[in-house]
Design a protein around this ligand. Structure first.
Ligand code: MN
Ligand code: MN
Ligand code: MN
Length: 275
């Protein structure tokens, strides 16, 4: 069995349609796939239909943004009920917050002499939730920068003009919403926050106290010692272990579907919570 419990489709900032994502996962040997788009469950229905055709288990998921101690943190919800009223209203609030932020990013880019960024990013986003990656693609397409990384470095990354803050819910709120939706709250990619060990322990303790149940011991390609550290942390706090690629785009081997499912033997896999 190969689990990939963190992936994105073009319902958020991924490239593939939900159907194409499921097909690619199947080709890559994934048996259990969670679609966890940012702040939306829009792609789940199409993914579920495709998963039935391809004989693959689809786990309904979402990735919610929040703040903890002034930092942006992501919490994945696995096995959620996409119809949950609490989840639906949280999604609506996030969507509005993101739209307000996108308008502000567009305004600031305009002021910096970059015309039509909001409209351009909206066009690229289509039905998806508009985010900085769409602005990045717009900046590349219009020749303002050479690539996506350059767009973040120059315009959209931390401290740059497009780095617009807005009020995200806190970690307790998003964890509660996932629980209310019948799901398992999973702390996403703990290494990406670049916390000290002490801070990471504080985060995990608080997440657990809020009702968090699991942590991504594996998130895409990472050094073996990081996997061991995260496994130790999960066990220390009595959290189950999850794993996923955080797939967004094909042919990025460090985030490819199905490539990151070998949890260390001492871990308690998150799927034990629903088997
Ligand atoms: Mn993303
Ligand atoms: Mn994330
Ligand atoms: Mn993600």
């Amino acid at each position: 069995m190969i689990y990939d419990l963190h992936t994105h489709s073009n319902a958020s900032d991924g490239i593939l349609s939900p159907e194409a994502l499921v097909s690619r996962a199947k080709q890559r040997g994934v048996t259990h796939l969670a679609l966890t788009d940012h702040d939306t469950v829009q792609g789940l229905q199409s993914a579920r239909q495709q998963a039935a055709l391809e004989d693959l288990v689809l786990i309904d998921g979402i990735e919610l943004s929040c703040v903890w101690a002034g930092r942006g943190i992501h919490v994945v919800g696995l096995n959620i009920d996409p119809e949950s009223a609490e989840l639906q209203s949280a999604i609506a609030a996030q969507k509005e917050a993101r739209e307000m932020r996108a308008i502000e990013i567009g305004r600031r880019l305009e002021k910096a002499g970059i015309r039509g960024a909001l409209e351009g990013a909206q066009k690229l986003a289509g039905e998806a939730v508009l985010g900085r990656p769409h602005f990045a693609r717009f900046l590349v397409a219009e020749g303002h920068v050479n690539n996506i990384a350059g767009a973040f470095k120059q315009y959209l990354g931390a401290g740059k003009l497009g780095d617009v803050k807005h009020r995200w819910p806190d970690i307790a709120e998003v964890t509660a919403i996932i629980v209310q939706a019948g799901g398992v709250p999973v702390l996403a990619h703990p290494a990406k926050y670049e916390l000290t060990r002490t801070k990471l322990r504080e985060l995990l303790a608080e997440f657990k106290a809020c009702g968090g149940l699991a942590v991504e011991v594996i998130s895409g390609q990472q050094p073996p010692n990081e996997t061991e550290t995260m496994a130790g942390m999960a066990n220390l706090f009595g959290l189950h272990a999850s794993c996923g690629s955080d797939f967004h785009v094909p042919d990025q081997p460090w985030q490819e579907l199905g490539g990151f499912s070998d949890l260390p033997s001492g871990c308690t896999p998150v799927w034990q919570l629903w088997h």
